[in-house]
Design a protein around this ligand. Structure first.
Ligand code: HPA
Length: 266
């Protein structure tokens, strides 16, 4: 089974041919409720799509309309911490590329390093730091593996997301996302180091997908929902329960920004 076979399955189930896909992070599954006339395809029907093991992740590809624009929504992603495979999302992203997707907006939940960005706020990722020591293109034999990431996050998509947020009067600060493997949260010392390195938020996803998107020629942007201040910034211990509880608050803002973004695009 290949991306082309997956594509044939998707094409049998819907006439829509979206150019934009969204990947939903932890606790953002409610967003699929925004999709009109949805066609829902379980990941299990599509070869290589991740069996989703994280609570808060559904594992479905939903194709339908938002603001009248065809979109593909991936509800559920594979994380490196589930199996140690940074390329786990490659078959899904290859399928999207083969299906004609050109633009991808990734979403995630993240810990914030800037006390001004309160839990429930949304951040536009302007750049990332990958000091994890791994990369989803390790083992890729072709020279295409040497992907330039000087402008990994697409300027035009980011600009349109910013203007959508501004029209809605929703704050959308831009910042640098630093990828940590997880699944344990960071230590306060790691967060102090991340701050020195220039991070504004930390999280356990997205970076491998951005690298794969650029490898596949997909334009990409990413939004973080800040679900908590990072380790050591408050007295509180961090938990996945908190992530799942707070993410929908930011998710409501994120849904509005995406709808406004698509209205502009339509
Ligand atoms: N660290 C890493 N990932 C996260 C966090 C965090 O503080 N919050 C939500 N996802």
């Amino acid at each position: 089974m290949s991306a082309a076979d997956n594509c044939a399955i998707v094409e049998q189930r819907t006439k829509l041919r979206p150019k934009l896909a969204l990947v939903l992070g932890s606790g953002l599954g409610d967003f699929t409720g925004q999709v009109a006339d949805p066609v829902t395809i379980p990941y299990g029907d599509l070869a290589g799509f991740p069996p989703t093991g994280v609570s808060g992740h559904a594992g479905t590809l939903v194709i339908g309309l938002i603001s009248g624009v065809p979109v593909a929504v991936l509800s559920g992603r594979a994380h490196y911490y589930e199996h140690g495979n940074a390329a786990a999302m490659r078959p899904a992203l290859e399928t999207l590329a083969a299906f004609g997707i050109e633009d991808l907006i990734l979403t995630n939940s993240a810990g914030g390093l800037n006390p001004d960005n309160a839990p429930g706020s949304v951040m536009l990722i302007s750049d990332h730091i990958n000091f994890s020591g791994t990369n989803p293109l390790i083992g890729e034999p072709s020279d295409a593996r040497f992907v330039g990431l000087t402008e990994a996050y697409d300027r035009a998509i980011c600009g349109r997301l910013k203007s959508a947020a501004a029209r809605l009067e929703i704050e959308l600060p831009a910042g640098v996302y630093m990828w940590f493997s997880g699944p344990s949260f960071e230590t306060p010392a790691e967060i102090r180091a991340a701050r020195v390195l220039g991070a504004d938020a930390v999280g356990m996803s997205t970076v491998p997908e951005v690298i794969l998107c650029r490898f596949l020629g997909l334009r990409v942007a990413a939004l973080s929902i800040i679900t908590n201040l990072a380790a050591g910034m408050t007295g509180a211990e961090l938990s996945h329960e908190e992530t799942k509880h707070v993410a929908p608050q930011g998710g409501a803002k994120l849904a509005k920004i995406i709808a406004a973004y698509l209205e502009e695009a339509s």
